[in-house]
Design a protein around this ligand. Structure first.
Ligand code: AHR
Length: 617
């Protein structure tokens, strides 16, 4: 019998160890977490978002019966200078049925019988008399599930809002706007939300997806990316200021992942969602350079990376500083006032700010990162800036990233890696060797390249090493979080979904089991394995000082059973009953039982994970 010892001493674990990485990739935001049901609501889609897209994508001109007229897309008198496209229905004869437009949502609008949907749109009557308008939810054959009517009399843009309650369940309904007068009707910013959003927020998140994310118990949430943050050119760098304020005045943007961002899920909504799920916000801003993997003409050192010109850097740095004021400043400050105007006078308690994402470590990057870092440190010394170690877990960029971080004494560095399960099993000791005097690590993106059980279990084994090294690994987040079936830019992901369902992966349950069972102290030397299989067996023991609970996590990534003994005596006085949660492939979800636990002998099935929660007497 040999003893597998998994650490050297008791030590404190980061309170923010396990969190989530949200990127607007694979329709994670529009058509995903953001509960808006109308696609292309402000007619701003273009061919540069996605080949073939245009202001009428997801819309259809709907002349009905004998109605006669025409539809045009206009830009002459927009609702807002940031939202330039709108449509005009020019009606010469409304017939009996009228004429209008239909929206098909994100491949269908899902509605449920008895539920209310909140409609809002802007309209103006440009010519003719009063314009009666009917907006209905219906199926493609024309059966109406619910509708609302109003008269448009104003020559100027005016917002109309109403609730529509439907009488049928349909996963693929559409929204039809029909005008029944003679004259010209302009329409823009057509929006439809389920009344039931996550936590009932207006302009909120999908209730089921929001809940699935909340159930991960994340200590923090990183947003909005990923590569989305630095974009594929300077113009595509994510600009947080474009994403706040009235929805109709926000600046839509092409998504680096080849679709369109309405930015209705913008910085205010991100902060609010973090608060709603009890996660610390971790916004990531570009280090004033774009993604090195972009096409086009190279500006920095022969890579695809482009940098904000030096003459514009002060303005960019000011944007970064303004974000901290927006999150934390008093409601009387310039940017704090905008937060308050959005309905949140209290601060959002921003503690972390990421600068850069997987950037190529060029001199252009270093110069810009250094400028931004010094400015944030000087004005907001209380903010922990997160730097970046480049795109890989090793190599030239990684070394250079660490060199910059060490030189500047940046408190936290973001490491990313996507590797095979074998890598995660073999590299369990990676952080045992890290120099504790240097920056702490945020593993901002990692995954073992698959959603099979071996992937989930290898990540679980690795996560025990993150707890063991919770003094130097400050934060970690699996990536990416969300992906819409049929629209994935990236695989694997943690949670798949479609318009009506949420499909958590085995990897999800591993993340959940770790985050729901954290401790603040790591306890070593209380486990004995009956044989040493160091690359397939992994374990951690942590204590939650608040409750006195001791939590043991045991991972067997090998095919055969293993015996484990817990030295219960070394853990102090404990109740005789424990909660034991097992995750195995055949069950697909974790199963918890309350059981007698006085001997500490355990048989760990091959390919399984156990979490044992022992309570203080
Ligand atoms: O998580 C998907 C992508 O992987 C991120 O956008 C990027 O940072 C990484 O390369």
């Amino acid at each position: 019998y040999s003893t597998a010892t998994f650490a050297q001493q008791q030590k404190a674990i980061s309170p923010d160890l396990f969190g989530i990485f949200f990127e607007d990739i694979s329709y994670a935001a529009d058509g995903g977490l953001y509960a808006e049901l109308i696609q292309n609501r402000s007619f701003e889609y273009t061919g540069s978002d996605h080949r073939g897209w245009n202001p009428m994508t997801a819309w259809e001109y709907t002349p009905r019966g004998y109605a006669y007229g025409k539809l045009s897309v206009e830009t002459k008198s927009p609702l807002n200078e940031n939202n330039t496209h709108y449509i005009i229905l020019d009606i010469q004869d409304a017939g009996q049925e009228g004429l209008g437009i239909t929206n098909y949502g994100f491949n269908g609008i899902p509605v449920k019988a008895g539920e209310q949907y909140d409609l809002s749109l802007f309209a103006a009557k440009l010519a003719g008399n009063t314009m009666p308008v009917t907006v209905s939810l219906r199926n493609r054959k024309g059966d109406i599930y619910g509708e609302t009517t109003f008269d448009v009399t104003n020559k100027n843009w005016q917002q109309y809002a109403a609730g529509i309650t439907v009488n049928k369940t349909d996963d693929s309904a559409c929204l039809v706007i029909i005008a029944k007068g003679i004259g010209q009707l302009a329409v823009d910013q057509v929006s439809l939300f389920p009344k039931k959003t996550f936590k009932g927020r207006v302009n909120g998140m999908r209730a089921d997806l929001g809940q699935a994310i909340a159930d991960l118990h994340p200590r923090f949430m990183r947003f909005p990316g990923g590569c989305l943050v630095h974009g594929d050119g300077i113009a595509n760098i994510y600009n947080w200021k474009n994403t706040i304020g009235p929805l109709e005045a926000r600046v839509d943007q092409r998504n680096i992942w080849n679709y369109h961002q309405s930015v209705g899920l913008g910085y205010f909504e991100y902060f609010q969602f973090c608060e709603d799920i009890g996660a610390k916000p971790v916004p990531i801003l570009a280090a004033a350079v774009s993604c090195q993997n972009s096409g086009g003409t190279w500006a920095i050192g022969g890579t695809g990376q482009k940098g904000i010109p030096m003459q514009d850097m002060q303005a960019y740095i000011q944007d970064v500083l303004d974000l901290v004021e927006y999150a934390n400043g008093p409601a009387t400050s310039a940017w704090g006032a905008k937060r308050a105007a959005a309905g949140h006078p209290e601060p959002f308690h921003l503690q972390y700010l990421g600068i850069g994402n997987e950037d190529k470590m060029t001199p252009g990057f270093e110069e810009r990162f250094t400028m931004i870092y010094h400015a944030v440190k000087a004005k907001y010394p209380e903010i922990s800036v997160i730097g970046t170690a480049g795109p890989f877990s090793e190599g030239e960029d990684y070394d250079k990233g660490w060199e910059i971080v060490n030189k500047l004494k940046v408190p936290v560095v973001d490491e990313h890696y996507y590797n095979d399960p074998e890598w995660f099993l073999k590299n369990n000791a990676r952080y045992d060797k890290y120099d504790r005097k240097k920056a702490k690590v945020y593993i901002g993106e990692y995954a073992s390249k698959g959603n099979k059980f071996i992937n989930a279990i290898s990540e679980a084994a690795y996560m025990t090493s993150l707890e063991r090294n919770g003094d130097v690994v400050h934060m970690a987040s699996y990536a990416p979080l969300l992906a819409k079936k049929g629209n994935t830019n990236w695989n694997p992901d943690l949670i798949y979904f479609d318009n009506t369902g949420v499909y958590p992966t085995l990897n999800y349950y591993v993340q959940q089991l770790f985050a729901a069972n954290t401790g603040d102290v790591y306890i070593s030397d209380v486990l004995t394995f009956d044989r040493q299989k160091d690359s397939t067996l992994a374990a951690s023991v942590v204590k939650d000082s608040k409750t006195g609970d001791v939590i043991v996590k045991l991972i067997n990534a090998g095919a055969t059973d293993a015996k484990v003994k817990i030295n219960l005596k070394a853990l102090g006085a404990l109740l005789p009953k424990a909660q034991v949660t097992v995750l195995k492939e055949d069950r697909g979800v974790p199963v918890t039982v309350e059981t007698d636990f006085t001997k500490g002998n355990i048989t760990l099935d091959g390919l399984s994970m156990q979490v044992i929660r022992l309570h203080k007497k």
